[in-house]
Ligand binder design. Sequence first.
Ligand code: PLP
Length: 397
Amino acid sequence: MNPSQRFAKRVSIKESSLRTRMLDIAAGLTDVIALGRGDPDLDTPAHVIEAGQKALGNGATHYTHPLGMPQLREAIATSIRANGGGDYSADEIVVTAGAQESMFVAMLALIDPGEEVIIPSPGYNSYHQAVELAGGLCVSVPTFERDGFALTAEAVEARLTPASRMLCLINPSNPTGMVIPPSEIEKLAALAIKHDLIVISDEIYARLVYDNARVVPVASLPGMKERTITIDGFSKAYAMTGWRVGYFAAPRHYAKAMAEIHHGLAICAPAVSQHAALAALSGSQDCVEAARQQYDARRRTMMAALDRMGLSYARPNGAFYVYANVSSTGASASDFCLRLLQDGKVMMFPGSLFGDHCDDYVRISLLQPVPKIEEAARRMDAVVKAMKSENKSVQPA
Ligand SMILES: Cc1ncc(COP(=O)(O)O)c(C=O)c1O
């Protein structure tokens, strides 16, 4: 066998190839406005950077306790309690190398081959990868623009089988920005209890909500803590993607099993980043509110631009994305994104990267200042108009 093709069957190159192609095209262009990746453009708050620098000076260059520094786990438990997420002791919190590691730890520790994991579609694509790595089967529950991309207990129940083991909630959603309404969270919790499902609740965007939306932590509902793993982190709210620090909160029986896998994968999260995370949680939260307000202004700018372009979307009330429907251009979202990059020098990713069932949508990351968002929208408008008029000229008379 050609050595260059000798990799395991579980590696899916197909999914990432479009993203890689787009990044390669962008690398050959100048003046590209990047609205693709989910990496905040804002800087990590100065007091957090300072805490990291200080920690390095004080010797935070070693392994920490595998579950994470005790004082950080205490601070996380306090923060969960303060946000109405329930009562956890420090040994029910495990600090990981980003929320991303928590996701893989959860699947590897809790899913056996052949077990089914229910994932909303579109949804953050790493969940599929994590389930497949564990030998599990992904069961997608499609959500639709007409319903605001809301995940409903009814749609989940229709997909349950005797092999169903876990339900993943991403609340608010990446890529749609949808916040699951409190009444629906209650129904999903009742369903999980009725069918004995483990629930993963990824609440990494929970601090970034708009229009008075409220994220109800599913673990806080009666009977739910014992079956819920809440995944969260510092990357989004505190602009700390590069520090690689996140965590999960789980009842002791799950936390113990998951901690074994975590130790095998990472030993511990980076020590310096744990000190920075502690500063993020214990310092003033004004930086989070300031970031939230900026994302909100960008969200409003982009929604108004899409309205002018005649492109529909479901109003996102969380995270920092707008999920827009480009089917009226006559092209698939993948082709639209390539054209927009080449002709308009704006990078955004097609919904097909998020398990979208129809390749009609693009995910627009709001991770540029308002003037850049406005410029991106102008360029997008020109490409949309050109595509619509080409489309008209090839229609039969
Ligand atoms: C829903 C969701 N969960 C987890 C992650 C990963 O976050 P982290 O940087 O903490 O690993 C992301 C990143 O985009 C995400 O969108």
